[in-house]
Design a protein around this ligand. Structure first.
Ligand SMILES: NC(=O)c1ccc[n+]([C@@H]2O[C@H](COP(=O)([O-])OP(=O)(O)OC[C@H]3O[C@@H](n4cnc5c(N)ncnc54)[C@H](OP(=O)(O)O)[C@@H]3O)[C@@H](O)[C@H]2O)c1
Length: 325
């Protein structure tokens, strides 16, 4: 929680992350100009500086577990206010919000029940929205901005798969069965395309005007499976490749004010990968050059780097412990 050292750290990360915070603008506002017009301008500048002088805000989709929750924790420690999104498990999302409040370096009065024009402003929130529904994504962005007043970083982290046998393209004829070996089931492809590709586009479009205002960053979680034939299903691997290409295109379209990048993890030990057998997980680890699994904390650090760097856009960073080398 807040102490002097933490406040110092917060101030340095704060200005890293928030280009709109201009201390010299405040000073200029207080000391500058003459006459009524100048006075008015001074006041406007002061008000703008005060309005801008709030901690940056990150929206993290699929943020109540795994990669999303780890990134929320890191950003909370680094002075960001954070909105996490989830779709089913309200209790888990509530617990993560509680953790973020504990980890926060913000002054106590900014963490909870901070009065503002729409009521009270909490620095950490969870918002339920299904990333499979475009209207939910629009509402998620709208609610975030209404509650937080600004948006600096969007971490578009949602993904979907149905585990299939990655060594087979044979049709699985089992009537009513799980079709575990079939990689050509149309519903799988539609769901994968909807969440792994389209949801990121919908989110970027909904958030663009707010990221433009803050010269913010849009970051997605793709996958090593989008670079190298691997992962949980053919539909997943191919749509993660499409996501990486989407990000490069968005980087062109959103420039020069917004930076757009992606991170591509290899196998992470989250709930998601619980569905791989221990044998499959060990085979992955053995194939990495570093003989380890990448971690959710590794991914969170990369997201923070993307959030802060003023010079990276259109980049996809593999984080796979040397699986693909
Ligand atoms: N784990 C890996 O090995 C691995 C490797 C490479 C890439 N990735 C990518 O990393 C990202 C995150 O994966 P993870 O391993 O962190 O997953 P995870 O631990 O299983 O967490 C899933 C999160 O997504 C939320 N969620 C699920 N369906 C949702 C929906 N329709 N709308 C909104 N939120 C939803 C869950 O909340 P609720 O349960 O409340 O809905 C939870 O917060 C995905 O894009 C995945 O493709 C994972």
């Amino acid at each position: 929680m807040a102490d002097a050292a933490a406040d110092n750290e917060r101030m340095s990360t704060w200005s890293d992350a928030t280009r709109t915070v201009q201390e010299d603008e405040v000073a200029e506002g207080i000391e500058g100009g003459e006459g009524e017009g100048a006075e008015q301008q001074q006041q406007q500048r002061q008000e703008a500086a005060v309005a801008a002088a709030v901690s940056p805000v990150a929206l993290i989709t699929a943020g109540s577990a795994g990669v999303g929750a780890a990134t929320a924790r890191l950003l909370a420690r680094r002075g960001y206010r954070v909105v996490i999104n989830f779709s089913h498990n309200t209790e888990r999302a509530r617990k993560v919000v509680g953790e973020l409040q504990q980890l926060s370096r913000l002054p106590a009065h900014e963490i909870q029940n901070n009065e503002h024009e729409h009521g009270t402003r909490n620095a950490y929130l969870a918002i339920r929205a299904d990333l499979g529904r475009r209207e939910d994504i629009g509402r998620l962005v709208h609610e975030t901005v209404v509650q937080m007043g600004r948006l600096d970083v969007v971490f578009s982290n949602g993904g979907w798969t149905k585990f299939r046998d990655m060594t087979s393209i044979e049709a699985d004829q089992k009537a009513g069965g799980d079709k575990t070996t079939d990689n050509a089931i149309e519903e799988d492809w539609d769901m994968c395309f909807n969440i792994n590709v389209k949801s990121h586009l919908w989110l970027m479009q909904a958030a663009k005007q707010y990221l433009d205002e803050t010269e913010g960053a849009f970051i997605t979680t793709a996958s090593a499976a989008g670079i190298y034939p691997s992962g949980s299903s053919l539909a997943y691997s191919v749509t993660k490749a499409a996501q990486i290409h989407l990000v490069k295109n968005l980087a062109v379209m959103a420039a020069p004010r917004i930076r757009v990048n992606s991170v591509s993890p290899g196998l992470l030990l989250t709930e998601w990968s619980d569905r791989f057998s221990d044998q499959a997980k060990d085979a992955y680890r053995q194939k990495t050059k570093l003989k380890r699994f990448p971690t959710v904390e590794d991914v969170a650090e990369q997201v923070l780097t993307f959030a802060k760097s003023r010079s990276m856009t259109g980049v996809n960073i593999p984080l796979d412990a040397g699986f693909m080398v």
